[in-house]
Structure formats: C-alpha cells, structure tokens
Design a protein around this ligand. Structure first.
Ligand SMILES: O=C(O)CCC(=O)C(=O)O
Ligand SMILES: [Fe+2]
Length: 200
C-alpha cells in the first residue's frame, strides 16, 4: 500500500481488506437500523443528494435552521455508538490521543454528489478528520483552504482511508461523481463514506 497525498490530504489506498470492509458494512447495518438514513435539507431549503446518519455522541444534521452537530437524530433517538472497527481505523491513522465523537455516514446513490466545502463545524482543527470509503468508486476533489483555488482529484475506492489533517484539515473538498457498479461490496450499487470527527 503506497500512501499518496492530494493537496495535503493523505490517502491510504486499500487500507481495509475486503473482509474488513464487509464486516464494517454489517456494523453499519446496525447503525442505520438504530438511526435511519435521512435526506438533509440546507438552510435554503435545497435537498442534499446524499442520505446520511451518524454514530457517536454527536451527529451532523442540516435542516431549515442550518447545519450543526446534535446529540440526537432528527427523529429523536440518540445516535448509536461508533462501531469498534471504525474506531480502530481512527486510532491507527489519526495520530491523536482523543477518540472521535462523531462518525458521519454518507450514502451516495448513482447520481449523488457532494459540493466543495470545508469541514469546519468542529471546535478544534488540530483534530483530524478520518474518512473511510466503501462500495463504488468516487471522484474526490481537493483544493486549498481558499474557495475557488486550483484542485486535484483522485478516485477513492472501497477500503481506502483519507485523512484531512495539518495544513489540509480545512482544505475544500467534494465528491464530483460516483462510478455506478464499480464495486461489488454493497448488495445494491452505491457508495458509503464514513468520516470520523472530534466535535468539541
Ligand atoms: O464522501 C466523501 O468522501 C467525503 C464526505 C465529506 O466530505 C463529508 O461528509 O464532509
Ligand atoms: Fe467534508
């Protein structure tokens, strides 16, 4: 496994083998059973194309009041615990002593995408964001810390881990598209991305 760096974001291709990926998908079934996926809307009333849920002490939500971390799912239940298997990845790659407080779970259908944004709803940017990709490949675009600057893209494949830390912690990033049917991991097509974060 050769680590690559895309505008400062570290990518560890094939960090999880297929058995670990399958086990993690099973863990996520339990997460989604306890805290169903939902389609967030933005403060402007636009529906996001990903469906999402969270595990941990906090979950990321967005609705007409804007986006923020909340201790409960929009339907009122607490978020389930972050799967041990995901926590292990965090402790292997994050380089920090703290545990993540949120594991955001994004589900991308064939047509879903995510616009360029910074992850900046957390209190301490010395804490990295650790991402795990499962299922179909996705074109991940990374820019600098200023919107609109030059970008580089890389395909994130099932089992890849990406780390936003240091100078790249606040890098703009997004998902341009998902290559439908490029992986056989998930029973239906699509992609799951987990991002673990220390929130407060
Ligand atoms: O899906 C991805 O790889 C990135 C997700 C992301 O940037 C986010 O949830 O903030
Ligand atoms: Fe992000």
């Amino acid at each position: 496994m050769t680590e690559i760096t895309v505008n400062g974001v570290r990518v560890l291709p094939g960090f999880l083998d297929e058995g670990e990926q399958r086990a993690l998908v099973e863990d996520l079934r339990a997460v989604v059973a306890a805290a169903p996926l939902f389609h967030p809307v933005t403060a402007r009333g636009k529906s996001m194309s990903v469906r999402l849920t969270s595990a941990g002490d906090y979950g990321w939500v967005s609705d007409r009041r804007g986006y923020r971390y909340e201790a409960r799912h929009p339907q009122g239940m607490p978020w389930p615990p972050i799967p041990e298997r995901a926590l292990r990845v965090w402790h292997q790659v994050s380089g920090v002593g703290r545990a993540p407080q949120c594991c955001l779970v994004n589900f991308y259908s064939d047509t879903a995408r995510m616009g360029m944004h910074q992850d900046r709803d957390e209190a301490d940017f010395d804490m990295p964001v650790v991402s795990i990709s499962l299922g179909d490949e996705a074109l991940f675009r990374v820019g600098g810390v200023v919107r609109g600057g030059p970008t580089k893209s890389v395909w994130l494949r099932s089992g890849d881990v990406a780390i936003l830390s240091g100078e790249a912690r606040l890098a703009f990033h997004g998902i341009d598209r998902v290559k439908a049917g490029s992986s056989t991991l998930l029973p239906k097509r699509g992609r799951i991305n987990l991002t673990m974060r220390v929130v407060d």
